[in-house]
Design a protein around this ligand. Structure first.
Ligand code: HEM
Length: 404
């Protein structure tokens, strides 16, 4: 592996030939859970075709209408938060983002699929805990339902059963259905290749798991980090407040960017070279994995003076860092498919939460990084305490109006 953290090289890799720079071959960790048809594992034409299809429900007007749903789901959760007791935000942001992605993927209220709703987070957590077995296939030993790999296999099998049943039900419904549905499953069911062949059930299952998996864990962690950061910076909360009074979202967007800079959820992204490649005068042989260090680059003092300080102002005005120095969502033809959704969720959830409750961090010292699978999460899950619940009639320093 060659590990790099330089905007010039990042640009070269992101703009390079996707036939030479495979992301799928660098992502085999995803295979046991996502399946071999997962978008993460595809490359070249097959990847582009599937990517185009999956992108449709995730941008433009289709995406924007989710803002109301995100605000409603968030509000329902926040109203239940206890006062005066420390609790972790991450499981809650995870419940909200899972709810949202299930609606986008299946086009229905997750309460209609309660078992799937209950089991999915387990699959992702077990998958992450099983990372060593994913890297070293010889560790994959099914020693019964209590062994880690055995537990993973049984959970995955039950989830697959539920997904295949849903696929079958929807195939049957499709012919009879009136009007156009634009959830991910409907779009995939309606898709066909040049010869008129649709996707197989296994291909459908793999894309569903991919979207469900990629579509909630990451954003949940980013949101937990956002609160971990802003609650330790009262000036930032104040800035959000002032902006909300005046109307606008420039500062909120800068806060989101600074959160993803200083606390990126993915530490790096990787590409597998199918041919030799010259990078900055070095000849890198075929079959090398080139990893772009997101965390490392985001903390380079040359790119971000005083890199460990949380300073949203970096992203305001004309001197904002360029495209290839800020890469929490990767880039090029592999850029995160959910960047629009993730940003929208943060734009809606941060002000919604601050409008409803006065929060403080449970302890003054910053939370450390913990590694969960391949993602970076706050070590105490973004632990907070609710000082009090707020009503709209009761303005408070922690109140920030929705700007999305
Ligand atoms: C803050 C939240 C998120 C972060 C930090 C994040 C980060 C990333 C990163 C670093 C990549 C790899 C990009 C590359 O290799 O260049 C990626 C890919 C991907 N993400 Fe996200 N992601 C987030 C949210 C989401 C959401 C909400 C969805 C789904 C709706 C999603 C779906 C995907 C998919 C499908 C890919 C694979 C794209 C491809 O290979 O073409 N992500 N994401």
């Amino acid at each position: 592996m060659v590990y790099v953290a330089d905007p010039g090289i990042v640009r070269e890799i992101f703009k390079g030939d996707p036939q030479v720079l495979h992301a799928g071959d660098a992502c085999t960790l995803m295979e046991p859970t996502g399946g071999r048809h997962s978008l993460f594992l595809l490359d070249e034409d097959e990847h582009l075709r599937m990517r185009k299809l999956l992108l449709r429900p995730l941008h433009g007007e289709r995406l924007k209408r989710w803002a109301t749903v995100i605000a409603e789901v968030t509000e329902r959760e926040v109203r239940r938060w206890p006062v005066g007791e420390p609790f972790q935000l991450r499981p809650i942001t995870e419940a909200i983002t899972l709810d949202v992605i299930m609606r986008i993927v299946f086009g229905m209220d997750p309460e209609r699929a309660p078992e799937l709703r209950r089991l999915l987070p387990g699959l992702f957590h077990v998958s992450l805990a099983q990372a060593p077995s994913f890297v070293v296939p010889s560790l994959r030993k099914d020693l019964g339902r209590w062994s880690p790999w055995g537990r993973y296999l049984r959970l995955r099998a039950r989830i697959d059963e539920l997904l295949y049943a849903e696929i079958e039900r929807r195939r049957k419904e499709l012919a009879a259905e009136e009007g156009e549905r634009d959830d991910v499953l409907s779009l995939l069911l309606g898709a066909s290749d040049d010869e008129g062949r649709g996707l197989s059930d296994v291909e459908l299952r793999d894309q569903l798991v991919t979207m469900l998996l990629a579509g909630h864990e990451t954003t949940a962690s980013a949101l937990a980090w956002a609160f971990e950061r802003i609650l330790r910076h009262p000036d930032v909360v104040r800035g959000l407040l002032d902006e909300s009074t005046e109307g606008g979202s420039e500062y909120l967007d800068a806060v989101i960017k600074e959160t993803l800079r200083s606390r990126p959820v993915a530490a790096h992204v990787a590409r597998f070279l199918t041919e030799d490649m010259e990078i900055k005068g070095y000849r890198i042989p075929a079959r090398t994995v080139v990893a772009l260090g997101i965390y490392l680059m985001h903390h380079s003092p040359e790119l971000y003076p005083d890199p460990h300080a949380f300073r949203p102002e970096r992203f305001l005005g004309d001197d904002a860092p360029d495209h290839y120095s800020w890469i929490p969502f990767g880039g090029g033809v592999r850029r995160c498919l959910g960047v629009g959704l993730a940003t929208l969720e943060m734009q809606v959830m941060i002000p919604t939460i601050l409008r409803l409750v006065e929060l403080r961090a449970s302890r003054p010292e910053p939370e450390r990084f913990d590694v969960l699978g391949v993602t970076l999460v706050p070590s105490r899950g973004g632990e907070v305490v609710v000082e009090r619940h707020l009503t709209n009639a009761e303005p408070s320093p922690a109140t920030v109006g929705a700007s999305a």
